[in-house]
Design a protein around this ligand. Structure first.
Ligand SMILES: NC(=O)c1ccc[n+]([C@@H]2O[C@H](COP(=O)([O-])OP(=O)(O)OC[C@H]3O[C@@H](n4cnc5c(N)ncnc54)[C@H](O)[C@@H]3O)[C@@H](O)[C@H]2O)c1
Length: 286
């Protein structure tokens, strides 16, 4: 199927990045959110990203202008999705909210529209069933910053049609992504592996086995991780990682995903990582 019009729901960290990536790749993109203010903020962040690309010599002024011309905002849900060939949902990580959104999408989108979720850990199957068109629903898990990160983790459910998967792979290719196809399961591949290592690293800090810096150095130099698990947890946000751990633990009951008390205490104390200035490391620039 031919995809030309994309709607991105949720204009936050991920949504504005997906919008930039798709508009740069030549798609017509509508960026949507729950308020005019949130849409405007998302469009401003998208423009700022493109501007930075020009300043750094990565994007030409012509390409920036062409991408901006393909990008528009719309806070009215029905209008935002009315012409979409593909909707990418990037709203907060809450299954109930996502179920509601997919039910509304099933009601308001044209029959042919494909529906993708950027969820990190929620059940794509649940969203597919809520939509009333489960064959056209798929997970499209992007990474931050979206225009730069090469991976698109594609999540299929038992209902996802071969046509939907093929269309999403074509879309990913045009965005310059490499895809990995994973069956819908708790944590998919990236969250399942990434969280397992991060939680073990946190348990090691909790048990006094080593300092955070030494644990990260082991993985960075010993295993060639570009960033150790604790530094990465600070970057992603301790609260975000705790939320994902709890979701995977409640789905699997596996002790591997039981969040250490230290993580819970740090989140409760507002030590959320880079964004709060303090996590496993201190940051003076935030
Ligand atoms: N931040 C990351 O590094 C990252 C990476 C991969 C996937 N994700 C996933 O992407 C999704 C979005 O994460 P984020 O970090 O961009 O969050 P965010 O909080 O930065 O942005 C979420 C946006 O969704 C909007 N929103 C709330 N309710 C909405 C609704 N009903 N319809 C449309 N928009 C709505 C909010 O106003 C906000 O602007 C989550 O599912 C998250 O798990 C995040």
């Amino acid at each position: 199927m031919n995809i030309e019009n994309i709607t991105v729901l949720g204009a936050g960290t991920m949504g504005h990045g997906i919008a930039v990536n798709a508009a740069t790749a030549g798609y017509q993109v509508v960026l949507s959110d729950i308020s005019e203010e949130a849409v405007t903020l998302g469009l401003e962040r998208a423009a700022a990203f493109l501007e930075k690309g020009v300043a750094r010599g990565k994007t030409s002024a012509e390409d920036r202008d062409a991408a901006l011309a393909r990008l528009s905002g719309e806070s009215n849900f029905s209008l935002a999705v009315a012409k979409a060939d593909l909707v990418i949902e990037a709203a907060p990580e809450n299954l109930e909210l996502k179920r509601r959104i997919f039910s509304d999408l099933g009601r308001d989108c044209p029959k042919h529209t494909l529906l993708a979720s950027n969820t990190s850990s929620c059940s794509v199957t649940e969203m597919a069933l809520a939509s009333g068109r489960p064959d056209r629903v798929i997970g499209a898990h992007f990474f931050n910053p979206v225009p730069i990160m090469k991976l698109l983790e594609v999540i299929t459910t038992e209902h996802t049609s071969a046509e939907t998967l093929a269309a999403l792979k074509d879309f990913a290719l045009r965005l310059g992504k490499t895809t990995a196809v994973i069956k819908d399961s708790p944590g998919f591949a990236t969250s399942r592996l990434g969280i397992a290592i991060a939680l073990e690293a946190i348990r090691m800090v909790e048990q006094g086995v080593a300092e955070p810096g030494d644990i990260d150095t082991c993985m960075e130099l010993g295993y060639r991780f570009p960033m150790g698990p604790l530094r990465l947890t600070d970057l992603v946000g301790l609260d975000v990682r705790l939320g994902i751990a709890d979701t995977i633990f409640s789905a699997t009951q596996s002790a591997v995903f039981k969040a250490p008390e230290l993580l819970r205490e740090m989140v409760a104390a507002g030590k959320l990582g880079r964004k709060s200035g303090q996590g496993f490391y201190s940051y003076s620039d935030s």
